[in-house]
Design a protein around this ligand. Structure first.
Ligand code: ACO
Length: 205
């Protein structure tokens, strides 16, 4: 058993803690958050330090960054690596992840998510409840596949791609870095320009 420090005690943070507890491999789960000290952020697990001051915990804890903003999540994740910290990778016991796929450090895969065979998920990614990433996909760092979103086989997503709740990407599509797909967006061809896309078929806002 080991200890886990979750950086960010908001709504996403508590889902991360819930996932970590379900894994039954941590004997202690704590938060670091900028609003420290606060017992009201999250009533189930303690917030023990500010998120600026987690470095003194490096030796005894694994870390996971639970901040929704992709730039911030990736920056803090990289900072932890650069300062010698150990990053956790959390996979809910009721997610289905092919043993032939790779999930990057600092990433989380929540309940009912499915990762198909031969897929590669980058660092600091969020594969949310009921999301699917099918076979032979490649996701860059700090992507978020929101609840119920479906990424079809052989799709390639750049860094910090945000796929909103219930959206779909058809097979073999390639999306550049920093693409934000609104709720329910349907992507049927490559997206070559960063920005926010909505609708069926996807159009740039
Ligand atoms: C665990 C969790 O909770 S994870 C969180 C999951 N959350 C999501 O997936 C949220 C995704 N966010 C969205 O879909 C948002 O609507 C965004 C980010 C795409 C756009 O938000 P805003 O920038 O505020 O745009 P705004 O609401 O002003 O809409 C602009 C236009 O786009 C349209 N639009 C916005 N979102 C969508 C959408 N998802 N699909 C279709 N059209 C949309 C609006 O109707 C509006 O059209 P109009 O100009 O013809 O009136």
């Amino acid at each position: 058993m080991t200890k886990l420090m979750i950086i960010g005690a908001g709504g996403h943070g508590k889902v991360v803690a819930d996932c970590a507890e379900a894994m039954n491999q941590y004997d202690e789960i704590v938060f670091a958050d900028a609003i420290y000290p606060s017992e009201t952020i999250n009533s189930h697990w303690p917030t023990v330090t500010s998120d600026k001051d987690w470095s003194k915990y490096l030796e005894h804890y694994e870390f996971i960054v639970a901040i929704g903003n992709s730039d911030t999540r990736l920056a803090i994740t990289q900072n932890i690596t650069n300062t010698g910290g150990r990053l956790a990778t959390l996979i809910h016991p009721r997610a289905v992840v092919s043993p032939y796929s790779t999930i990057g450090k600092g990433s989380v895969v929540f309940a009912n998510a499915v990762i198909g065979i031969d897929s590669l998920i980058g660092a600091a990614c969020i594969i949310n409840h009921n999301a699917t990433v099918d076979h032979d996909c490649q996701l860059g760092d700090a992507c978020h596949i929101a609840p119920g979103a479906n990424i079809s086989g052989e799709a390639t997503l750049g860094n910090k791609v945000w796929a909103g709740v219930g959206c779909s990407v058809i097979q073999c599509c390639q999306l550049v870095d920093n693409v934000y797909l609104g709720a329910g967006t349907v992507v049927i061809k490559d997206i070559e320009q960063a920005g926010t896309y909505v609708g069926n078929p996807a159009r740039k806002l």
